[in-house]
Write a protein that binds this ligand. Structure first.
Ligand code: BGC
Length: 765
């Protein structure tokens, strides 16, 4: 018996050692002792071999718009960068793209520098790479987290095939100011929706396994409060209190961090007197200490140098000192770390530990990406050819484009259009534009590659379509379009357009902003339709009021006149490569619009910042007839034109049986349910939204706060029940010291199809 046990044990031993051996091989990708070490160990080993200069090199990022595939660059900056690359003084490059170029720069870093540390290759893959998805604010309007994640996943797939392994996205800046050009790049005004979307995007870019060649590192930007620029003017001063910072600005960053985002980018703005780039409170105290973030922070473009203009740094050396001490790990294009950090260490102005820490963080991400195993893993020409513009990527772009469209008005069911027998006039320069729908931030996409509205509509052949431009939107080059080259005078084609519109059944007018009218550096003081478009709209209306207005824009616009007069209005943003197909499907009813606004549409720019989660003030209501002493404007109402969360459908949804079960004392939960019935004739989707109001608190709370949503698909006549739970997590808030607190008291819960719903119940805890 004993013998048998011994034999069995020997077999077990042989089996286990064999198993362990094959596992190690499997996971180590070879049989090298180094492969068995953890990433942290590998980082430490490498760090111990590095000179101070080489460590600083890892913290240096250069832009790379020069021809690497030709002879080595001669003269000026380019030559210096090339030399730095060879000397191991560059850790990352941005804007080098395409397998050929990425391979060339990577070769210099890996094969010519002493330690051969691979570069991390960054790029602004904001809403697609070559194949473009809707601009991020449009995607946010879908409230469809799966589709948003998929869109980021496809962007990662396509860009990774072009050699890129790090995107400067998602931008998770909350903004309440439609004048700011970069609202197009975020998820709108709400921190709850913004957090869910931040998480979806990070998961989409990074996937479950960062070492795959189809996933890339993401970057939560811009830390922090960039979206709160005074007056909506880009790069402008930000001065906000702790409550806004913690309750509005931070949540999406925390969500991105919790989703495992590998990098953060700081921002151009100052926050309460200290530029974000040199802000120790933000970067070291909060992000790295309090939130225990272990990825790295890259500066924004030249933002270290900009601290001189901010009036915070004396000179470049001082700026480098402030940035590093504050926690900025990598210098994007200021050249100040490579220039000054060694001297600063010698002078004991910066701590060597900070340099080690930054280098460690950067190397770690490179290891996690698998760049040390194979620096050329993203550099496969065949793969690049196969994946770029593939059907899978275009299908996903089409899917999210449809889902991003918001139906703002549909009087007398003018939409959907009939598929046959209608005479249609299509008017507006944007209707044939194949570049503008790509929007801003789409550096790798080729101009003229979007499907235009005319092309999309032309696939439906049952109707006759006559096109007339009406008026040009811009003059000259569009790439750097600003208010200055918007057409404000030329109405010479109005008459022709009116002729085309006069005798048709329906006029479709595509109006709005050019794709380059929003984005970085593109703030506006007016939110009206730019140029002569409002006049064009009114003139066409005078000959045929049966108009469907399709808006293309990167921000909320003030369209009061249209809302009063035009029967159907479709918010179609800038929807990317598949734009025209998506718009045509919605106009013809092959896709039932399901989008909801992620940002309030004001009536007048003078109301801005206007947002749904405002505070009540001490004088919220008209106290009596003729009273002036309450919080209001004398010349405009307080309410928006379209509220946050608003959007119609070709279906009609009826909400009933709102039920609130207060189980807080038993299981710390408030359980909420509501029945939603599609009482329309067609299948449709509804975003059921739940808002809370904490009626009184030590720090006043907004009149409404989104705390849950569910996307329901309902067949005609079908009813479904949406269920939600509220716990301390949803009911608490940050106090003025940035501490999370939960206070018992009276709450209201609202559930409905937009933020103005009055379908509510109360509970006490
Ligand atoms: C922007 C960043 C961007 C960087 C690199 C800056 O101007 O603010 O968001 O990632 O440029 O292109």
């Amino acid at each position: 018996m004993k013998k048998l046990i011994t034999v069995k044990l020997i077999f077990l031993y042989i089996f286990l050692t064999g198993f362990i051996f094959s596992c190690t091989k499997l996971f180590s990708n070879g049989n090298n002792a180094d492969d068995l070490k953890s990433i942290d160990q590998k980082v430490e080993i490498l760090l111990s071999k590095m000179t101070l200069e080489e460590k600083i090199g890892q913290m240096n990022q250069y832009n790379g718009f020069w021809d690497f595939t030709g002879p080595a660059p001669k003269g000026g900056h380019a030559e210096k960068k090339y030399e730095d690359l060879k000397n191991g003084l560059v850790g990352s490059m941005l804007n080098v793209r395409g397998v050929k170029d990425v391979t060339a720069v990577q070769k210099v870093a890996v094969e010519e520098s002493r330690l051969g540390i691979p570069l991390i290759i960054g790029f602004d893959v904001i809403h697609g790479y070559k194949t473009i998805s809707p601009i991020p604010i449009a995607e946010a309007a879908s409230w469809d987290l799966e589709a948003i994640k998929k869109s980021a996943e496809m962007a990662a797939l396509e860009s990774s095939a072009a050699g890129i392994n790090w995107t400067f996205a998602p931008m998770v800046d909350i903004s309440r100011d439609a004048r700011w050009g970069r609202v197009m790049e975020g998820a709108g005004e709400d921190p709850y929706l913004g957090s869910k979307i931040a998480e979806a995007r990070v998961n989409g870019f990074q996937g479950n396994d960062l070492s795959l060649n189809s996933t890339i590192a993401a970057c939560a930007k811009h830390f922090a409060a960039y979206g709160f620029a005074e007056g909506g003017r880009d790069y402008n001063t930000v001065d906000i209190g702790t409550s806004t910072l913690y309750n509005m600005v931070f949540p999406p960053f925390i969500a991105a961090k919790n989703a495992g985002v590998k990098t953060f980018m700081n921002s151009f703005n100052e926050l309460n007197g200290v530029p974000a780039t040199g802000n120790k409170y933000l970067q070291r105290d909060i992000l790295k200490e309090k939130w225990a973030y272990d990825g790295f922070i890259v500066s924004d473009w030249g933002s270290i140098t900009e601290m001189i203009s901010h009036g915070h740094a004396k000179d470049g050396q001082h700026a480098a000192e402030l940035a590093l001490n504050a926690g900025s790990d990598m210098d994007m294009e200021s050249y100040l770390y490579v220039k000054h950090l060694e001297d600063l260490v010698d002078d004991k102005k910066v701590d060597l530990n900070f340099i080690d820490d930054a280098t460690r963080r950067i190397l770690k991400v490179k290891y996690e990406l698998g760049l040390f195993d194979d620096p050329y893993k993203y550099c496969d020409l065949e793969r690049e050819k196969e994946i770029t513009g593939s059907k899978e990527i275009n299908d996903a772009a089409f899917d999210i484009a449809k889902k991003s469209i918001v139906l703002l008005k549909n009087k007398n069911n003018l939409l959907p259009l009939k598929k046959e027998g209608q005479k249609i006039a299509l008017i507006g320069a944007l209707a044939t534009d194949k570049t503008s729908p790509l929007g801003s931030w789409r550096i790798a996409a080729d101009d003229h590659t979007a499907v235009s509205v005319l092309e999309g509509l032309s696939q439906y052949t049952g109707n006759t379509i006559t096109y007339s431009k009406g008026a040009d939107l811009t003059y000259g080059k569009t790439e750097f379009v600003t208010e200055l080259n918007i057409n404000t005078t030329d109405k010479s084609e109005f008459t022709k357009a009116k002729e085309v519109a006069r005798n048709v059944d329906v006029v479709i007018m595509v109006l709005g902003e050019h794709g380059f009218q929003s984005g970085e550096g593109r703030s506006r003081t007016s939110l009206d339709l730019p140029g002569v478009q409002q006049e064009l709209l009114e003139e066409i209306f005078s000959v045929n009021p049966n108009i469907v207005l399709v808006l293309n824009n990167g921000r909320p616009l003030t369209i009061n006149w249209a809302d009063e007069n035009i029967p159907a209005i479709v918010e179609a943003w800038q929807l990317g490569t598949q734009s025209g197909h998506a718009i045509a499907q919605v106009l013809y009813g092959d896709y039932n619009p399901s989008g909801k606004l992620p940002m309030t549409f004001p009536r007048d720019v003078g109301q801005v910042p206007l947002y749904y989660n405002y505070k009540n003030t001490g004088r919220p209501n008209l106290p009596g007839p003729d009273s002036v002493f309450w919080s209001h404007y004398n010349d405009e109402v307080n309410t928006p034109l379209y509220p946050f969360g608003y959007g119609l459908s070709y279906s009609i949804f009826k909400y009933s049986n709102l039920s609130v079960t207060n189980n807080f004392e038993r299981n710390s939960k408030i359980e909420i349910s509501i029945a939603v019935k599609n009482i329309g004739d067609v299948e449709g989707k509804e975003v059921v939204q739940l808002y809370i109001r904490d009626k009184y608190a030590s720090i006043t709370r907004p009149v409404k706060e989104l705390r849950g949503f569910e996307l329901l698909n309902l067949k005609a006549g079908e009813t479904k029940v949406a269920k939600f739970e509220l716990t301390e997590k949803e009911l608490g808030f940050y106090d003025n010291q940035g501490k999370w607190i939960f206070e018992r008291g009276e709450f209201e819960v609202f559930v409905g199809g937009n933020s103005q719903t009055q379908n509510k119940k109360s509970f006490k805890i």
